[in-house]
Structure formats: structure tokens, C-alpha cells
Design a protein around this ligand. Structure first.
Ligand SMILES: Cc1cc2nc3c(=O)[nH]c(=O)nc-3n(C[C@H](O)[C@H](O)[C@H](O)COP(=O)(O)O)c2cc1C
Ligand code: SF4
Length: 455
């Protein structure tokens, strides 16, 4: 199997962090035996459902996927009424894994109630530095995603699915493209899916790549061929999406969980309960750790369990200073919160789309906050004033603070501007842009923010 070499854009934000090679990093260093791998620290504590055969199966071979049960959940779902599928996904409690954790079935049901035609868009953009869990799924198991998207399309009454892939993730688009070709040849996609009365086309679209490109209404603008900027809402996209028609946009991981929910409900496959499938999360762990990679863990797992136990903690016994959760517009979390369970909806320790970046004692928190603030300002599309002006102002102010005294003197103004950017911006990028600065000021004193150990 060809391993996917994916260089992560995090290297642009924190220099010196290792390049990431997704598929390679699924394995602990050295040779390992598939029968004993569960005992490896990287794997112990994980609940591998989507990743159960990761690194074992061949993502470019449909027959291999079929021999492992791919598309059997779709086949079973097509014998049930769409309403039954909606109810199962609702009872499982599946929530959007793109970071907002909105109840998936509620969105599906809202679109299903609107007059057709309806569309489903798979959000495979993932343009944030340090986030690569969807890329892993796209590279490792594209048929699972296609199967999940088809089940979702059947439940909602969708006849056209678009998989919107980040244009910089070449291996992802290659693997999805090959999987779609094979699925078409086997009549898994298109007219009369699996010989049923359900017809659904699935096509791939490649975006330009970039953080704001992952925002759902920006994807719609991009597919329609317009300048990629967020739309004003209401109307919500479930009522007025692609070309003005009801549209559901779901994250790659969300849809990839659907086949296991259906097979768990009907009691075949691995027989894992639908609730357990829905309460498990992929998390990328990277930065200053010994074993960076993607782990799959139950909700409630702590930062310490992932960063220290699974990923091995900082190199050479260095102390962990902080962890950035939820990407470049996430929060800098201090050691006092490392034992807090990671849960959807926790405003203090954001789980987001599932992303932990460890910062050891050599890192200057000021440097990290400066880089993140600059990144968020640069990624602003400029459509609304609070984000365009505010994010840029925050980045300049933090860049200009020369010592802890000067930082102390501008703290109040940083908090005030941060508050405006957070509350008045049009889309999630602006609403989260101040998070790194605000959380750093909340949890660390100006002296700690300037402290660095070079040893
Ligand atoms: C700036 C920004 C970037 C985003 N990037 C992504 C992304 O790369 N992938 C994703 O699934 N959701 C992303 N989202 C969230 C989407 O707007 C949307 O909520 C999500 O795709 C819905 O799918 P889900 O309900 O399955 O999570 C982003 C949101 C914002 C504001
Ligand atoms: S919040 Fe920022 S990224 Fe979002 S629309 Fe406004 S300017 Fe653009």
C-alpha cells in the first residue's frame, strides 16, 4: 500500500514542528505485530471504530473494502424507510464532527421537510493548520465516506452529492476520485444504487484550500463559482443552499460514522452500539510530542491521556507548558486543565473538530499567540468590519508588545477588542479569532507569557 505523505501546514505556523506523514504516523515507531498492537501506548485507551482496519486494508481496492463489509450498511439501509434511518441517527445522538456538534439528524430532517431538489455536500476542506483527521479518513477509507454519504442522501431524499475536497490535499482527492470511479463501475453510485429504486450521483469538487473555505456557506459560493465568502444568514443553508435549494453540509467524520451506526442498529459487522459510535471522536495530536498522529477516543478522554499517554508527551522529558485545542482559533489550555474530560460544548477546553497541539517549555507563549493572531488576521476574508479590522488590530498589538510590562499595559484593550471581534463578526472565523490571545491572557501571567526555556 502506498503511504500518504502529507505535509501539514502547521509547519508554517510553528516553525520547527515536525512534518507530518499521516498514514505513517498511524503506527508507533518500529515494527509492530497486529495481534499485540493494542498493548502499544499509542493504541491503549483508544476506541478504534473508523480506524479499526486503518493501515491494514488497501484504500485503493474496492474488492478489499467489500470483503471487509463496505456497503453492507447501505444495502441494509435501502430496505428500510428513510424515516427509520433518520430515527436511528437521531437516537444514536450523532453530532457534527466538524466542530460545532450540531445534532446531525435535526439538520437532515429540516432539509427533508423542504421541497426538492435537495443537495448533500461533504465538507472535506479541512484547511486549518494542525488538523488532519478528515484527510486521514479520505486517504485511508474513502469507501466508508461514500457509503455514509449515500445513506444520508437516502434518508434526506437527495439525488446529488458533492464531496468538496481541499485543493492542496492531493492524495485525498486522488483516493476519493479512484473510489468514486470504482463505485460507479460497481453500480454503488448513480442510477439504481445496488439495484434499488434509489438513484444518487456523487461528484468531487476541489476547492482552493484555506481556512475560511471550510465554512459551510463559503463552500456553497465556491461550488456555484463565486468569490469564496460567507453568506449572511438567515436563510439557513438547509432551506436555501446550493442554487437556492435545500442543502445539508456534513463533515467527513460525521458521515463516515453513519455506516457503523446502521450496522450496529441492525446487529451486524462489529456490533458496536450506535450510541457508542456517535460518542467517539477522531483527534489529531501533534506539536511537541513523541508520537504525533490521529487517535480515536471516546468523548470524555482527557488531554493528558491523549497527549502524554498515547502521544508520549514532549521529547526528552521536557515539561509540557500548554496545549492548543481546536486549531489556530482555539484556546491555549494550561496544565491545570489537562485532566478535564474533552466533551462537545465545553467552552473552556474546546474540543472543536478534534485537534491538540502540545507546546513544551521551550515555547514562548507570546510567540505562539503572535503567530496564531497573525494567521487568523491573514485568513480573514475581509467581508465584515469587526473581523477584518479587529483581528488585524489584535495581531499588530500583540506583535508590538516588547516585554511583560508593555503586555500588561495593553491587556485591557486586547480584551475589549477581542470581545467585539468575538461577538460581532459574521462567521465563525471572526467569532473565534481572538481565542488564542484571550485564553493566553486568562490562564497565564504576563511574566509566564514571556518566559522561554531554550535547554
Ligand atoms: C472558518 C471556518 C472553517 C471551517 N472549516 C471546516 C472544515 O474544514 N471542515 C468541516 O467539516 N467544517 C468546517 N467548519 C464548520 C462548517 O461551517 C460546518 O459547520 C460543518 O461542515 C457542518 O458539518 P457537521 O455538522 O457534520 O460538523 C468551519 C467553520 C468555520 C467558521
Ligand atoms: S468573520 Fe472574518 S472571515 Fe468571516 S465573513 Fe467576516 S471577515 Fe470574513
Amino acid at each position: 500500500m502506498a503511504a500518504g505523505r502529507v505535509v501539514n501546514r502547521w509547519t508554517e505556523v510553528i516553525p520547527g514542528s515536525a512534518e507530518l506523514i499521516c498514514l505513517e504516523l498511524m503506527r508507533p515507531p518500529g515494527n509492530w505485530n497486529i495481534d499485540t498492537v493494542d498493548a502499544e501506548p499509542f493504541f491503549a485507551g483508544q476506541r478504534r471504530i473508523l480506524l479499526a482496519s486503518s493501515g491494514i486494508h488497501d484504500p485503493e481496492n474496492l474488492d478489499d473494502s467489500l470483503s471487509r463489509g463496505a456497503y453492507s450498511a447501505l444495502e441494509a439501509a435501502l430496505t428500510r424507510r428513510p424515516e427509520e434511518i433518520l430515527e436511528v441517527v437521531e437516537r444514536a445522538g450523532l453530532r457534527g464532527m466538524g466542530g460545532a456538534f450540531f445534532p446531525t439528524a435535526r439538520k437532515w430532517r429540516a432539509a427533508a421537510l423542504e421541497p426538492g431538489p435537495r443537495y448533500l455536500v461533504v465538507n472535506a476542506e479541512e484547511g486549518e493548520p494542525g488538523v488532519f483527521k478528515d484527510r486521514h479518513l479520505l486517504e485511508d477509507d474513502p469507501h466508508r465516506l461514500i457509503e455514509g454519504a449515500l445513506i444520508s442522501a437516502y434518508a434526506i431524499g437527495v439525488g446529488q452529492v458533492y464531496v468538496y475536497v481541499n485543493g492542496q490535499a492531493h492524495l485525498s482527492s486522488y483516493r476519493v476520485g479512484r473510489a468514486l470511479e470504482a463505485a460507479h463501475e460497481h453500480r454503488l453510485v448513480g442510477d439504481g444504487v445496488l439495484g434499488s429504486g434509489f438513484s444518487c450521483e456523487v461528484e468531487m469538487r476541489e476547492g482552493g484550500g484555506g481556512y475560511v473555505l471550510g465554512e459551510e456557506s463559503v463552500i456553497l459560493e465556491s461550488i456555484e463559482g463565486r468569490r469564496p465568502e460567507p453568506r449572511f444568514r438567515p436563510p439557513q443553508v438547509v432551506e436555501y443552499g446550493l442554487w437556492g435549494h435545500p442543502t445539508v453540509i456534513d463533515n467527513v467524520e460525521t458521515l463516515s460514522r453513519v455506516p457503523a451506526i446502521i450496522s450496529g442498529w441492525l446487529g451486524f459487522g462489529a456490533g458496536i452500539s450506535p450510541t457508542e459510535v456517535a460518542r467517539t471522536k477522531l483527534v489529531c495530536v501533534t506539536g511537541d510530542v513523541q508520537r504525533p498522529g490521529v487517535v480515536e477516543v471516546p468523548f470524555g478522554t482527557t488531554i493528558r491521556e491523549i497527549v502524554v499517554n498515547m502521544a508520549g508527551g514532549p521529547l526528552d522529558g521536557r515539561a509540557l507548558k500548554a496545549v492548543l485545542t481546536a486549531g489556530p482559533s482555539g484556546k491555549i489550555v494550561p496544565p491545570a486543565l489537562f485532566d478535564r474530560p474533552l466533551q462537545p460544548g465545553d467552552a473552556e477546553v474546546l474540543l472543536g473538530s478534534g485537534n491538540l497541539i502540545a507546546l513544551d517549555e521551550r515555547r514562548s507563549l507570546l510567540d505562539v499567540a503572535r503567530r496564531l493572531a497573525r494567521f487568523n488576521a491573514d485568513e480573514s476574508c475581509g467581508k465584515c468590519t469587526p473581523c477584518r479590522e479587529g483581528a488585524s488590530r489584535l495581531a499588530k498589538m500583540i506583535a508590538g508588545s516588547a516585554d511583560s510590562e508593555s503586555l500588561k499595559s495593553i491587556s485591557h484593550e486586547l480584551l475589549e477588542i477581542g470581545d467585539v471581534v468575538t461577538s460581532a463578526s459574521l462567521c465563525g472565523l471572526g467569532r473565534m479569532a481572538a481565542n488564542p490571545i484571550l485564553s493566553t491572557l486568562e490562564h497565564f501571567s504576563p511574566a509566564q507569557i514571556f518566559e522561554t526555556r531554550r535547554s
